[in-house]
Design a protein around this ligand. Structure first.
Ligand code: ADP
Ligand code: MG
Length: 265
């Protein structure tokens, strides 16, 4: 699914990502762990295209995406959430998730090109029925996805996202990502700021989603080891921009190098 070779990113003299190579199987769930400042978020920024790598290549299947813009990677099914939830503050819950659903549908039938969505909007004035059908399907799909989160979002469909609790903004962000029907979903600390009950709920939800869509490839950064253990087949441990351990949760988390990195960090 995703293969990374020799990926590097420096900030000043700091190697946030240091000649890193990693290959991830389609349909797998991989946790990325490591002390603060290890380079985990940087890795997700590089894979999603929010940051450009200084060196190295990133491939999605056979496609070299290293130089593609984030929107182009999104159109190929590479979707992510941020460590600090980023939602559209002046949009309702339903609209926010519908945006994800709409563009997921849009790109399923249109190859990416710069400005394509703007051109589509203009052309749609002439093809109003097609546009309306996609809009309605996006709404149905958005409501289905919102429904997975139970009452927490479903009772707040018309609430502006800036009025939501932190945990709910995070749910909206994850719902928006899921609604676009990603092939590769990257979540940067999805349970950050959630209490143990909310964390357990989100972990169960992500497990259900994976069970329903076995072809989905999931990469998530997580500090809570109980979540890591229950969700992932594979744990990749980073420290100082490098991978210091990689294996099953048991292998990776009990590696002496990993214990040392945590104690030293
Ligand atoms: P993690 O997510 O593992 O905590 P990050 O990827 O956020 O780590 O950061 C790795 C290192 O790169 C840290 O030392 C951090 O301070 C630095 N860093 C991250 N983003 C930037 C940036 N935009 N500018 C400068 N330094 C950065
Ligand atoms: Mg981070």
């Amino acid at each position: 699914m995703i293969s990374i070779e020799g990926l590097s990113k420096t900030f000043g003299g700091l190697h946030a990502c240091d000649d890193l190579s990693l290959s991830i199987e389609p349909g797998s769930t991989t946790a990325i762990v490591g002390p603060n400042g290890a380079g985990k978020s940087t890795l997700v920024q590089l894979i999603s295209g929010v940051m450009r790598a200084d060196a190295g290549t990133i491939r999605l299947g056979a496609t070299d995406v290293t130089r593609l813009a984030p929107a182009h990677r999104f159109s190929l099914g590479m979707v992510r959430s941020f460590q600090t939830a980023r939602v559209f503050p002046g949009m309702s819950v339903l609209d926010s998730v519908r945006v994800g659903a709409y563009y997921g549908l849009f790109y399923a039938s249109h190859p990416f090109s710069v400005g394509s969505t703007v051109r589509d909007a203009a052309a749609s004035l002439l093809r109003l029925p097609a546009w309306r059908a996609r809009y309605r399907e996006a709404e149905r799909h958005a409501l289905d996805i919102i429904g997975l989160f139970g009452e927490r979002l479903a009772t707040r469909l018309d609430h502006y996202t800036y009025t939501l609790s932190y945990a709910n903004r995070r749910r909206v962000e994850i719902a928006r990502a899921l609604a676009s029907r990603p092939r590769l979903l990257m979540l940067d600390e999805p349970t950050a700021g959630m209490n143990p009950t909310e964390t357990e709920e989100l972990a169960a939800l992500l497990r259900d989603i994976k069970a329903a869509r076995p072809e989905l490839t999931l990469i998530f950064i997580e500090h809570k080891m109980n979540v890591v253990r229950q969700m992932s087949q594979r744990v990749v441990v980073m420290d100082a921009g490098r991978i210091i351990a990689d294996g099953t949760p048991e292998q990776a988390l009990n590696d002496p190098k990993v214990i040392e990195a945590y104690l030293g960090g």
